[in-house]
Design a protein around this ligand. Structure first.
Ligand code: UGA
Length: 439
């Protein structure tokens, strides 16, 4: 099938490469000519494990290209996947839909033959209906320009796997023809036999924000338990294992620590609250305010622990921060707890030195005043406390004994609860972790 992918960020570039690799003919469009040139040259503009190989294969097959031209897109494809970002609006909880709206405004007047536009971006409930009406009125082909919503559930770090083997597919459609087209597009994926849910567009939009709200709730629930463990003498890691054995609860997404960040969970729970407020039922998800607050409190807790560890003042102190990405196997620093903590401590007067295996270039763009070290060893040299804030394998496997002689004060705060406490203590470190006993 001939498809276009509109917006070539984490979601769109992965979707375009995977769809072409699965046998479709694909054109990707992005407003950023540098990104388009890189993708055409086989260069992934961000870090995503495995995507470079899929992109190389897809380009070599001749089935994939990238452009900045809307005419190319409209001439080439009959199915258009909408994969642009929907970030948080400045000064508001609501989603900023300007990229969605401008993509549809650019495409609609060029749709002179029947087409299906498939939204994948995370949007407030009701957006699909509004865009469907817009297409019907602005596309020369009128009602033959259809719209469906097919939310994306991919996780950064596992983007390729989640695209070619998703755990479910959701088709939000208003007519059988659109459902049939979606089934055809995803035929190479559904051969693996995952569940396909066919529903209306509003449900499909809501499935996505409900899923991310549930995940955020799970994380904040365990972080609330961590707060309690800290004062009651409990160990939240053991508690998570123990409740996780109950299959109704499950152990996944119960890792306590500095909480959730990234370009999705934080802004999605806020946009959901904004939209539900507009719909007049904000009380239904008032609890998401607490979920957000618990999450942000964990960041402050690390700042407080670091301050206590260095004797109550950050002046003249050097703090080493291991991790800048919002999670491992990603170079994404959007709303990263690690960087947020690093910036707060720097603003409070400490000298902060950050090391991350992949995210330092993005981090430096956002926080140029922090110092970035090329290795763990250089990051921790002469430091008064080490903060472990993104659980890269490199940090989990470092031998703490090699770091002990480098630091001024061997004190580590594990914000991700996955360093080997026994090994760090044996190497002479004071090991502290959120929600766990210190001794
Ligand atoms: C999330 C969802 O997991 C995807 O299903 C969804 O498609 C995506 O958002 C999206 O909306 O596009 P992602 O943001 O890539 O994916 O990252 P997650 O793996 O969900 O992690 C989010 C944050 O939660 C990270 O900062 C991570 O460190 C944190 N987290 C995760 C915890 O603190 N504890 C956990 O147990 C799990």
């Amino acid at each position: 099938m001939k498809i276009s992918v509109i917006g070539c960020g984490y979601l769109g570039a992965t979707h375009a490469a995977c769809m072409a690799d699965l046998g479709h003919e694909v054109i990707g469009i992005d407003v950023d000519p540098t990104k388009v040139a890189k993708l055409n040259a086989g260069e992934v503009p961000f870090y995503e494990p495995g995507l470079d190989e899929v992109l190389a294969r897809a380009l070599a097959s001749g089935r994939l290209s990238f452009t900045t031209s809307w005419d190319d897109v409209a001439n080439f494809a009959d199915i258009h996947f909408l994969c642009v970002g929907t970030p948080q609006k400045l000064g508001s909880y609501a989603a900023d839909l300007q990229y969605v709206d401008s993509a549809i405004a650019a495409l609609a007047p060029l749709l002179t033959r029947p087409a299906l536009v498939i939204g994948k971006s995370t949007v407030p409930a009701g957006t699909a209906q509004r865009l469907a009406e817009y297409l019907e009125h602005h596309a020369p082909v009128g009602a033959q320009a259809r719209l469906a919503w097919n939310p994306e559930f991919l996780r950064e770090g596992f983007a390729v796997e989640d695209t070619v083997r998703p755990d479910r597919l959701v088709y939000g459609v208003s007519d059988d023809e659109s459902a049939a087209l979606l089934a055809q597009v995803y035929a190479p994926v559904t051969v693996h036999g995952m569940p396909v849910i066919v529903t209306n567009p509003a449900t499909a939009e809501l499935v996505k924000v409900a899923a991310n709200s549930f995940l955020a709730t799970k994380i904040s629930f365990i972080n609330a338990m961590a707060e309690i463990c800290e004062v009651a003498g409990g160990d939240v890691a053991v508690l998570a294992d123990a409740i996780g054995h109950d299959t109704r609860i499950g152990r996944r997404f119960l890792n306590a620590g500095v909480g959730f960040g990234g370009g999705c969970l934080p802004k999605d729970i806020r946009a959901f609250q904004a939209r539900v407020g507009e719909l007049g039922v904000s009380h239904a998800i008032d609890f998401l305010d607490d979920i957000d607050a618990i999450n942000l409190r964990r960041r402050q807790k690390v700042v407080d622990l670091a301050l206590a560890a260095v004797g109550g003042t950050f002046a003249e102190k050097t703090i080493a921060v291991l991790g800048a990405a919002f999670k491992p196997d990603s170079d994404d620093v959007r709303d990263s707890p690690a960087l947020d903590i690093a910036a707060s401590i720097s603003n409070a007067g400490a000298h902060v030195r950050v090391y991350d295996p992949k995210a330092m270039a993005n981090a430096a763009l956002r926080f140029p005043k922090l110092e970035y070290a090329p290795t763990i060893e250089i990051a921790v040299a002469g430091s008064d406390v080490v903060l472990h804030l993104t659980e890269w394998q490199e940090f989990r496997s470092v031998d703490p004994a090699t770091l002990t002689p480098l630091v001024r004060n061997a004190h580590v705060i594990d914000g991700r609860l996955c360093l080997d406490a026994t090994a760090w203590r044996a190497a002479g470190w004071t090991y502290e972790a959120l929600g766990r006993p210190t001794a």
